[in-house]
Design a protein around this ligand. Structure first.
Ligand SMILES: Cc1ncc(COP(=O)(O)O)c(C=O)c1O
Length: 374
């Protein structure tokens, strides 16, 4: 009999989440109600910031953050080339130009020296992504932002619960983004949030997410053009329970990462992600290994798929995506590190409730497929 499939990710929904969402359904209030207010208050408190503005996705959050910081046409925004396309998409959405820069091979995050080299007279903002839940070098990047008078956005979509020197990721930038897609550490189905310290930023974000309305104004009065990026009461109720469980969730994910680290340590040439970094606390979003240089990733993926094991290519460099290539190299350069690392990455099944047996199966299949994939 074929063993059951192991997915790449899986949300962890307990009876408490189901009860909370059902309770909202019974109230009849499905949008802009007490769950939204409470979720925002709890998210802000968790990150030690003054405000959190919940939105319909992480991408919506990035879009609103750029608008709120005044980024627009002819501006340049610096971001890592090794990241999820949403980050570049949001920059295009405000008609600015993404400047994709090189990463630090150890952390896969923005290399501050590469950021500094990319600054020009058009640069308006830096988006520092905490890739895979590993905190970026926020002190150095914040110093650069201050020195060159640039806005700083932290993309913490993959890193809720991470910290740097004891300070939460998401509390360093002018604004920070959270994402709650079902593969994330906590989920609202679809959803996201923007963290802000400034009350003016928070007020502007709230207006923009709700068709440009002032919260106190009539439903049909619009102070400025805006969007429908609201997050429903159902989603907020779900997110509140997940946030309440976050310590348990992060501990489960850390344990799964530690198990993989031990299981995979003997595969020659396979590079494992760091389990810890000095002064930083990691939040495990995905478990991404780098295959030996000699291995054929397509072959490895096909072998694992044949055994019912899902894997992912995290990430393809943004500047090599057909979407950006079609822009006639408007955004790219040759980025040696990103281009050499990205084709070797492989995300393994990773979720709160992955069992030791499932991880053993993944490790065995990976070992065998690498041996046959040279
Ligand atoms: C780094 C990063 N930024 C932004 C996003 C976009 O979030 P969403 O999928 O909620 O729009 C993601 C997504 O998954 C992400 O990994």
């Amino acid at each position: 009999m074929m063993a059951a499939c192991i997915p790449l990710s899986a949300p962890d929904i307990s009876e408490a989440e189901i009860a909370a969402v059902s309770a909202v359904l019974r109230t009849g209030r499905l949008s802009l109600g007490p769950e939204l207010t409470a979720f925002e208050t709890e998210l802000a408190a968790y990150h030690g910031v003054n405000h959190a503005v919940a939105v319909s996705s992480g991408t919506a959050g990035l879009h609103l953050a750029l608008l709120t910081l005044g980024v627009g046409e002819k501006d340049e925004v610096i971001l890592p080339a090794f990241s999820f396309a949403a980050v570049a998409n949001a920059v295009f959405q405000v008609r600015a130009k993404p400047i994709l820069v090189e990463i630090d091979p150890a952390t896969l995050n923005l290399d501050p020296a590469a950021v500094e080299r990319a600054v020009s007279h058009r640069t308006r903002a830096i988006i520092a992504v905490h890739t895979f839940g590993v905190p970026a070098e926020m002190e150095a990047i914040r110093d650069l932002a201050r020195h060159y008078k640039l806005a700083l956005i932290e993309d913490s979509s993959e890193a809720i619960g991470a910290s740097i020197g004891g300070r939460p990721a998401g509390s360093f930038g002018d604004l920070a983004i959270l994402g709650f897609y079902p593969n994330k550490q906590i989920t609202t189905g679809e959803g996201g949030a923007v963290l802000a310290s400034s009350p003016a930023h928070a007020a502007h974000l709230r207006r923009l997410r709700n068709q440009g309305r002032d919260p106190t104004a009539d439903w049909l009065d619009h102070a400025e053009p805006g969007y429908n990026y609201r997050l429903s009461e159902l989603a907020c109720a779900l997110g509140r329970v997940q946030l309440r469980r976050i310590d348990e969730i992060l501990a489960l994910r850390r344990r799964a990462a530690e198990r993989y680290d031990a299981l995979l340590s003997e595969i020659r040439g396979l590079e494992r992600p760091p389990l810890s970094l000095p002064g930083r606390n990691l939040s495990w979003f995905v478990y991404v290994v780098r295959l030996p240089k000699s291995a054929d990733r397509n072959w490895v993926q096909a072998m694992l798929a044949g055994r019912g094991i899902a894997t992912g290519r995290y990430f393809a460099p943004i500047h090599l995506q057909p979407a950006w290539l079609a822009r006639n190299r408007a955004v790219n350069d040759y980025l040696a590190l990103t281009e050499s690392i990205a084709p070797r990455t492989l995300a393994l099944p990773f979720f709160n409730r992955i069992t030791a047996e499932q991880q053993q199966r993944v490790a065995d299949a990976l070992r065998e497929s690498i041996a046959g994939a040279g």
